[in-house]
Design a protein around this ligand. Structure first.
Ligand code: SAM
Length: 251
């Protein structure tokens, strides 16, 4: 009888994306004047509600997942928000776009509920594993994001990498450390005894090295946002609904 194999401890690397996002939302909140109406579209647990204590914060979500939700003002699909045109001065739209089967319809609806001159902040992944399944439909390039928002009538104010390539690499290594198959029986069954002789230690070593390096790369991203090559995990976008033309100048 063989002794049961000890499982590798799960050591997760820090998440620079959440840290960067919190910094960016705080900046968006500082540019939100007291009393302004803010919609958190796809709010989930409303992790940024406290940053908008000076404003009038409202949360919308379809609340279909089995996770916990913060108190919601609107339980609705983002393609059909039950409020009047132009109600909000600011919209937060973080980590939601990839979950929408009809993103163009949702972005048009957000354009409708934002007042002319109002701003929306969005973050969306380019490189991230499937999550919140089965509600996970898309990943976004910067060209896809620009097209989606401009087609709905928004002007792009800022479109940048949320985190640098060190963070993306850290994320990939962290996944690798847990996902690579390192059980010798599994490797033998897949590639045969002979090849398993070198593949098993190679996979084991790769997984261990990946797990050891990932946290340092994640921490380094906080000091050096490297964007010259590679790819971001997420893009960050701030868009504006153009102000209405002065009366008498409508085309
Ligand atoms: C990854 S969570 C992000 C939550 C929050 N914005 C944050 O940054 O932590 C995605 C959220 O989108 C919501 N969602 C997904 N599809 C939706 C839809 N069609 N209409 C409204 N909300 C939706 C989910 O319920 C979930 O709360």
């Amino acid at each position: 009888m063989t002794a049961p194999r000890r499982r590798r401890p799960v050591r997760r690397a820090p998440n620079p994306s959440r840290e960067q996002l919190a910094t960016q939302v705080a900046r968006f909140a500082r540019n939100t004047e007291p009393g302004m109406r803010v919609l958190d579209a796809g709010a989930g647990r409303s992790p940024y509600r406290h940053l908008f204590d000076h404003a009038h914060y409202e949360a919308a979500d379809f609340a279909q997942l089995s996770t916990k939700y913060a108190p919601l003002d609107y339980v609705c699909d983002l393609t059909d928000i039950p409020v009047e045109d132009g109600r909000f001065d600011r919209i937060l739209f973080n980590q939601v776009l990839e979950h929408l089967p009809d993103p163009a319809a949702a972005v048009q609806e957000l354009h409708r509920v934002l007042r002319p001159g109002g701003r929306l902040m969005c973050s969306a992944p380019l490189f991230y594993a499937e999550h919140q399944v089965p509600y996970d439909f898309f990943r976004y390039t910067r060209f896809g994001l620009r097209r989606l928002f401009e087609d709905a009538g928004f002007e792009v104010v800022r479109l940048v990498w949320l985190e640098g390539y060190l963070a993306t690499s850290s994320y990939q290594l962290d996944v690798m450390s847990r996902a690579l198959p390192t059980d010798p029986r599994q490797v033998r069954a897949a590639v045969g005894r002979k090849r398993a002789l070198y593949l098993t230690p190679l996979l084991w070593l790769t997984a261990r090295l990946a797990g050891a390096v990932a946290p340092s790369l994640a921490r380094a991203d906080g000091r050096w946002k490297y964007t010259k090559a590679g790819m971001p995990k997420n893009y960050l976008l701030v868009v504006r609904r153009p102000a209405a033309p002065p009366a008498g100048q409508e085309t």
